[in-house]
Write a protein that binds this ligand. Sequence first.
Ligand SMILES: CC1=C(CCC(=O)O)c2cc3nc(cc4[nH]c(cc5[nH]c(cc1n2)c(C)c5CCC(=O)O)c(CCC(=O)O)c4C)C(CCC(=O)O)=C3C
Ligand SMILES: [Fe+2]
Length: 309
Amino acid sequence: MTTQYDALLLLSFGGPEGPDDVLPFLENVTRGRGIPRERLAAVGEHYHLFGGVSPINQQCRDLKAAIEKDLKDHSIDLPVYWGNRNWTPYLADTVREMTQDGVRHAAAFVTSAYSGYSTNDQYVEDIARARAEVPGAPEIDKLPVYCRRAGFVAPFVDATRAALSAAPQDTHLVFTAHSVPLAQPNRELYVAELEEVAATVADEAAPGVPWALVYQSRSGPPSQPWLEPDVCDHLETLHDAGVRSVVTVPIGFVSDHMEVKYDLDHEAAAKADKLGMRFVRVPTPGTDPRFAALARELLTEARTTGGRA
Ligand SMILES: CC1=C(CCC(=O)O)c2cc3nc(cc4[nH]c(cc5[nH]c(cc1n2)c(C)c5CCC(=O)O)c(CCC(=O)O)c4C)C(CCC(=O)O)=C3C
Ligand SMILES: [Fe+2]
């Protein structure tokens, strides 16, 4: 059966756009999730260091523009909408706008590449919840998980190769992804995909260079086990083993948002500095034309195969 999509929806996490947004944003993210208050206060400070503005919304505007350009360049006349889970434009408001515009069946490209609850299933729930709020809402199919696709992997390969070519001989690669609770549904699938993508990038960019997959941005109570090791602990382990230079590759993310800018560029970089280690972080796909094209490729394939996430 052939699905005819009449819109593309860019679905993302959302982030604050000023100091007054920070607390309500954090409350939206953590409602009912048992995140300790001290952790919330600490994360609020991360945002305030950047004037209360997360980079993620502008990155979504830029990605939306890149996708629109790619569609136009391929003579595909399709409106692109943007909605978030945790901040304006809220997904339900976007779905309301799509409904008013007469959209009947949209494909959703999510700013998260992997399987797993936080990375896939929760976005599927977001879509269902938003549609339930809006009478006459269009059908919305989440496009499939795309972590293995060249549009996502190749920008990391190129960036890793470039970073290594400027690095000293005994540099190690450190792949990072967002930690999640060990008890999180589909955590095994998330980890298996991360291991596969890390191995692919290492293999293509730097055969023979030692690498590890580690985690960042843990947030639950200490009593709850999350994926480990943490990136900062790993830097210490490498240091103790005599390693003096790392290239960090945040394969768990699609853009250089706050988890990258604070937890890696600020926190992990400071840790490396304290240890006397050289620390370089490579960029995420962001608005790389190959990544923008991936939205069109997935939509076109879903249209011809009827496939969905
Ligand atoms: C797997 C994963 C991704 C990658 C997939 C994806 O990209 O979607 C991701 C992305 C992001 N996480 C982000 C921000 C936050 N995540 C939090 C909390 C949590 N994240 C979790 C997991 C993930 N998170 C989990 C299991 C929690 C615990 C609460 C819960 O079970 O939901 C908290 C609460 C405070 C804290 O404890 O850190 C904040 C502020 C931002 C925005 C950055 C910006 O503003 O630029 C982005 C893109
Ligand atoms: Fe998060």
